[in-house]
Design a protein. Structure first.
Length: 305
């Protein structure tokens, strides 16, 4: 069952098309990673989902309701964390958390104190004294203190240190175990890779690929480290082989997945002593898309987030 459905979403600002036929969905109990560089259209999409912006064309539904027409009802069932949190400077962090939770009316008993301790936040300090990371903690604590059905997180760990990022990841997995859904927009690809069931890659207002990480691996290269009895000759002439380097441990290179079988057959004739391979990461996948597109279409241009 889909909690969120986006069909042919288009958003124009005058003559500029920020989103051009975006399609994706988030299922119940699923964590969906929404990735792309600044200017790709991530935050614009999220503003449409939240009912802040009205779509120029297309169909956007959350819990089966229209994102624009039924925004008030929808907001009763979702929690949102932006990447740049602004708080009331004269209120304490604890007061802001309480305000957000009371506005929702569906807080989880005792969850507030548990999260404050986990995120190592001093809730007695005024918000004007908080660093960016601490402001982010306030928003995250308020969000995860709510019993929402969908968590929309737009660059949620911006400003957090690695330890707090780990706490955030634990919170996301906890809500998933409870059957909740998460839309995670992030540029921290390792974070997306750890957490997400499926990902959608957006570029210049269009989804260029989507699916599970396993389904998207075919788009990237495998990293290999090989040690052989005899020197490997003419490896650079093989199709689909790149970044050939001699190292202390042998020869390293990258190979397109579809050429992996032929490459291994070729190097085996030189007497393989050691062979190590590593699957491509989401970052490899992401960068290969943009490198490939930029070579054919010119460099990425700026725009709305």
């Amino acid at each position: 069952m889909s909690v969120l459905e986006v069909r042919n979403l288009t958003k124009k600002f005058g003559g500029f098309t920020a989103l051009n036929g975006v399609n994706f969905e988030v299922g119940s109990g699923e964590i969906f990673g929404f990735i792309g560089p600044n200017g790709a259209g991530k935050s614009t999409t999220i503003r449409v989902l939240l009912g802040i912006l009205k779509a120029t064309a297309g169909d956007v539904k959350l819990f089966g309701k229209d994102a624009w027409e039924d925004a008030v009802d929808i907001h009763k069932r979702l929690a949102y964390v932006p990447g740049d949190v602004n708080l009331w400077p004269n209120l304490t962090g604890g007061e802001v958390i309480d305000l957000f939770v009371k506005l929702r009316g569906n807080n989880i008993t005792n969850r507030r104190e548990e999260l404050i301790k986990k995120f190592d936040l001093d809730p007695t300090k005024k918000c004007r004294t908080y660093s960016k990371g601490n402001r982010q903690k306030v928003a995250l604590i308020a969000a995860f203190s709510q019993d929402a059905d969908l968590y929309i997180l737009d660059e949620p760990t911006s400003g957090l240190d690695p330890l707090m990022e780990k706490v955030f990841q634990e919170c996301v997995m906890e809500v998933k175990r409870k059957g909740k859904s998460v839309l995670l927009s992030s540029h921290i690809l390792s974070e997306v890779e750890k957490l997400c069931d499926r990902v959608g890659i957006i570029r210049q207002g269009q989804i260029i690929e989507s699916g599970t990480l396993k389904e998207l691996r075919h788009l990237t290269r495998t990293y290999m480290l090989v040690e052989t009895r005899e020197a490997i000759g003419s490896l650079h002439e093989l199709p689909g082989v790149y970044e050939i380097k001699d190292t202390d441990k042998g020869m390293s290179f990258q190979v397109d997945t579809e050429e992996l079988d032929n490459t291994i057959k070729y190097i085996s004739q030189f007497g393989i002593v050691k062979l190590e391979s590593a699957p491509p990461t989401l970052e490899d996948l992401f960068m290969s898309h943009y490198e490939r597109k930029d070579k054919g279409e010119g460099k990425e241009t700026g725009g709305v987030r």
